[in-house]
Design a protein around this ligand. Structure first.
Ligand code: GNR
Ligand code: NI
Length: 173
């Protein structure tokens, strides 16, 4: 396994639409392992392949609490079949937008369908933190970030901050 660098704003790969996976081969199995290692190392509760520069439709997550054993989940070509009408407001963060946290309103529950690493189709109802994480990760596969749900003023402030940081980093190197 390899811990891979996580892309941060304003990297354009975070805004790309990821490609479907048509075959689960060794390269996909290795990608899933790399993503899990990168997520645990960060640490985060989820990671989408575009965050490490791989524009493929695969996400990983682990919602186990600190005192619980690891519970890794790998979702290939995930799709949300149903969103609840009920919504919740949760504070979100993103490894690609480090050190910032904002409240976001999303559907409280979703039904998700995906292929697992063994090639089986899985359909699962997600509630609570899992429902939020699933929506956050699946958005990454379509180039959507949680800051896109903030007011324009707040979003633009975040984008400016990261554009400026990138410019300074480029000048320093
Ligand atoms: O680690 C993460 N925590 C988190 C908290 C609230 C809502 C979503 C998340 S996902 C985030 C890791 C990440 O950026 N995944 O794409
Ligand atoms: Ni994220």
């Amino acid at each position: 396994m390899a811990n891979r660098p996580i892309l941060v704003l304003p990297d354009p790969r975070l805004r790309a639409i990821a490609d479907p996976i048509d075959k689960i081969d060794d390269s996909i199995r290795q990608l899933a392992l790399d993503m899990l290692e990168t997520m645990y190392e960060a640490p985060g509760i989820g990671l989408a392949a575009p965050q490490i520069g791989e524009l493929r439709r695969i996400v990983v997550m682990d919602l186990a609490k600190e005192d619980e054993p690891r519970d890794p989940v790998v979702m290939i070509n995930p799709e949300i079949l149903k969103f609840s009408d009920e919504t919740v407001v949760t504070e979100e963060g993103c490894l690609s937008i480090p050190e910032l946290y904002y409240e976001v309103e999303r559907p409280a529950e979703v039904t998700v369908r995906y292929t697992d690493l063994e090639g089986r189709t899985v359909e699962r109802e997600a509630t609570e933190r899992l429902a939020i994480c699933v929506q956050h990760e699946l958005d990454h596969l379509d180039g959507v970030l949680y800051i896109d749900y903030l007011s324009r003023l707040k979003r633009d402030r975040v984008l400016k901050k990261f554009q400026k940081a990138e410019k300074l980093a480029r000048r320093a190197s």
